[in-house]
Design a protein around this ligand. Structure first.
Ligand SMILES: Cc1ncc(COP(=O)(O)O)c(C=O)c1O
Length: 471
């Protein structure tokens, strides 16, 4: 037997790993009040050079478990920074299984390919995006880029071979679109300067009239509109662009919906109407590793017609079989080797059922509305003028002594408060710059977060903020 096999140790190692995981999941059920620091012994271990000789796998797993326990875990219920992940238990097991078999989804992998197709179909049904085809990628950045490669080929046929010559192409998105849209324009050779940053309305959604105007101006100047990217849940505030109205403006221009963060809410009763028109998009991206709770990395790109992706991506390499003109996954994807990312989402739907997922989403939406109401009703908190569309609640705490303070003093206080909250350790919240001011930006995307966690979050912000000015 190879010395790289665990051999007769397998069962012992596996049951030890299972104990570690079981303990970890139990700890995640309730928030902890401090973030453990990395011990000096662990720090020393983590600075050692390459081991040449074998060591006990149980001891090695224990070191890994300790390192992870003192890492910042997004899966904890009061981790409300950025757009967190939850590490859904059945999803983690899905990864273990998928990585143990390690199929390559580049070509037809048999039933594993059927699982990917079924997971995409289920996702389309869940979101109300009919007849969905597509595949899983490593993240929203790659899903967005992949869609835009196809959009470029549609806007300027054969540009994948000839380049863009003297043509200028333009891309349109809201002023608060994720930077991956600009990155895609840079990578594709469209040029970051040809990304039109369209004005937003009072609810921070792309203004469709301004979009139409921008497209007209470009067409008059001989510039080819390549694609419009609507954001279904901006990273900054969770604003959902009006997809239906934007689709009216697009006509035959490729419409991509970046729903990396917010799209799961399309499946809910309370927020679903915000996504009207989704079915009209040529492509949509969604990160299941954000608000569908499964572990990273699990993004999906859904399209109506994979033929358009094939026009942009297919290759006829001698070592890839193309029997009967079949399209392989690799003919429509940016990546070649692809793990079975679909399995964790497939298991999540299979084990918990779509209704439990909807309920968890509604739970997060309700928590965001609850925090917004608490802050809105308190004289020492500030919120944005409109209530949260999704699960992001930008807010600020203004201690009594700062009531008359200038914007810059309040910004400074908020920046200090965010650092003090991280040092305090009971909750974890990231900062954000909105209209030139500094805000705290709690975001609820974790099925483990409870309403009690929301109350604690509110109280801890107030307590730490007041203690900053009283010391
Ligand atoms: C709206 C939006 N699009 C795209 C992305 C990029 O996703 P990923 O980090 O999975 O590449 C993000 C990440 O936060 C996002 O919020």
């Amino acid at each position: 037997m190879s010395s790289l096999s665990l051999g007769s140790d397998r069962d012992r190692v596996l049951s030890h790993a299972a104990q570690i995981v079981s303990r970890t999941w139990a700890e995640f059920d309730v928030a902890r009040d401090t973030q453990p620091q990395t011990s000096p012994e662990l720090k020393k271990l983590l600075a050692q050079g390459l081991p040449q000789d074998p060591s006990d796998p149980i001891a090695a797993l224990d070191i890994a478990a300790e390192a992870l326990d003192s890492s910042l875990a997004q899966a904890r219920p009061r981790y409300l920074a950025y757009i967190g992940s939850s590490g859904l238990e059945i999803g983690a097991l899905g990864d273990l299984l998928a990585h143990s078999h390690d199929p390559n989804l580049a070509l037809d992998a048999g039933a594993a390919t059927d699982i990917e197709r079924q997971a995409i179909a289920w996702l389309g049904e869940f979101l109300g995006y009919n007849n969905a085809q597509g595949f899983f990628t490593s993240g929203g950045t790659i899903s967005n880029l992949t869609a835009l490669v196809a959009a470029r080929e549609q806007a300027l046929p054969n540009s994948r071979s000839t380049g863009m010559g003297s043509n200028t192409l333009a891309l349109y998105c809201s002023a608060e679109a994720h930077y991956s849209v600009k990155r895609a324009a840079e990578v594709l050779g469209i040029g970051g300067n040809n990304v039109r940053s369209i004005d937003i309305d009072s609810q921070r959604r792309m203004n469709p009239a301004a979009l139409a105007q921008s497209i007209d101006t470009d067409r008059t100047a001989g510039i080819i509109p390549m694609a419009v990217v609507a954001t279904a849940g901006t990273t900054l505030t969770g604003a959902v662009d009006a997809v239906d109205q934007i689709a009216d403006v697009c006509g035959d221009i490729w419409l991509h919906v970046d729903g990396a963060y917010g799209l799961p809410a399309a499946a809910t009763k309370s927020a679903g109407p915000l996504f009207t028109g989704l079915n009209r998009a040529d492509s949509i991206s969604i990160d299941a590793h954000k608000w569908l709770f499964v572990p990273k990395a699990c993004s999906a790109l859904l399209v109506k017609n994979t033929g358009l992706l094939a026009q942009a991506f297919s290759h006829n390499e001698a070592y890839i079989p193309h029997e009967h003109g079949d399209t392989n996954a690799v003919d429509i994807t940016l990546e070649y080797s692809r793990p079975l990312r679909a399995l964790k989402l497939w298991l999540a739907f299979k084990v918990h059922g779509a209704q439990s997922v909807r309920d968890a989403l509604e739970g997060n939406l309700a928590q965001a509305r609850m925090l917004y109401s608490m802050a809105n009703e308190a004289s020492d908190f500030q919120v944005l003028t409109s209530p949260p569309q999704l699960s992001t609640v930008p807010l600020r705490h203004i201690p009594g002594i700062l009531t008359q303070a200038s914007d810059s003093q309040i910004n400074e206080h908020t920046a200090q408060l965010q650092l003090a909250l991280v040092a305090d350790g009971r909750i974890y919240i990231s900062p954000a710059q909105i209209d030139g001011n500094t805000w705290l930006r709690p975001c609820f995307t974790n099925f483990r977060t409870t309403n009690e966690d929301v109350r604690v979050t509110f109280d801890v912000i107030r307590e730490v903020s007041n203690s900053l000015v009283n010391n």
